[in-house]
Design a binder for this molecule. Structure first.
Ligand code: UP6
Length: 252
């Protein structure tokens, strides 16, 4: 069967964050999410400003920023997101009981609930552990890209049951296809490398659109480690869009 287009998915989308992502993808002709795995506020803001026009979301690991200060880090980041029209995806990968996740989501110095449009969460804590993410979209970790991951077939099947039935869930992170009711986000995408020597495994944009019918590609080092981050973002954006258009025509 052929995949659904972003237009078709937009018609069926229930969650406001899914709608926003699909609208941005169509408006910017981009399915690219840049992963900003940099460790200072200056690098984070510079990267966001450079790649912002070409991405639909910026993915953060906010707890790796060494000089984090809400006013100096988040306030200007939100301004850049508004200026360049991208969403903020905090890749927190919550993995605890609901009450603890709720505290991690709302408290501490990062106050993720105040600024993230959507967050990632493991589903290892069960269905109700996702109830606290009421005001955001959740991307459930279904399968991981790293060598030796414990996200086996059986695990992924159970994880998908939670993802498909929970109203806060907009999508899943996976290296395998998922049902079209949820959006598929695929990290482990790089045009130059096949791995990083630390267990990461890479595929090309072409591969993940053709074989997984993914919706969005997540690229970290392929962009922020490039000599020209903006040029790299444009290259991944163009590759990703071309691969998406090709996947509309091909059957899996
Ligand atoms: N990520 C993966 N694989 C997963 C889930 N998440 O790589 O299964 C995240 C990493 C990193 C980004 O935490 O932030 O996606 C990939 O970065 P890279 O392109 O530099 O490898």
């Amino acid at each position: 069967k052929t995949r659904s287009s972003y237009e078709q998915k937009l018609k069926n989308a229930q969650h406001s964050v899914s709608k926003k992502l699909l609208e941005l993808a169509l408006a910017k002709q981009s399915n690219l999410i840049a992963s900003a795995d940099v460790t200072t506020t200056k690098e984070l803001l510079e990267l966001a400003d450079k790649v912002g026009p070409h991405i639909i979301a910026l993915k953060t690991h906010i707890d790796i920023i060494s000089d984090f200060e809400y006013e100096k880090t988040i306030t200007p980041l939100k301004d850049l997101a508004a200026k360049h029209q991208f969403l903020l995806m905090e890749d927190r990968k919550f993995a605890d009981i609901g009450n603890t996740q709720e505290l991690q989501f709302t408290s501490g110095v990062f106050k993720i609930t105040d600024w993230a449009d959507f967050v990632t969460s493991q589903v290892i804590g069960g269905f109700e552990s996702l109830d606290c993410f009421k005001n955001v979209g959740v991307v459930a970790i279904i399968g991981m890209s790293s060598k030796g991951t414990l996200t086996t077939n059986e695990y992924r099947e159970e994880a998908l049951k939670i993802a498909l039935s929970h109203p806060n869930v907009i999508g899943g992170v996976s290296q395998n296809p998922v049902p079209e009711e949820i959006l598929l986000f695929t990290p482990g995408v790089n045009l130059a490398d096949s791995g990083d020597g630390k267990g990461q495994q890479y595929n090309t944009p072409e591969y993940v659109f053709k074989n997984l019918h993914t919706d969005f590609i997540i690229v970290g080092r392929g962009i922020y480690k490039a000599d020209q981050a903006e040029e790299a973002a444009i290259a991944y954006k163009n590759e990703g869009w071309k691969a998406y258009l090709d996947s509309l025509e091909k059957k899996v």
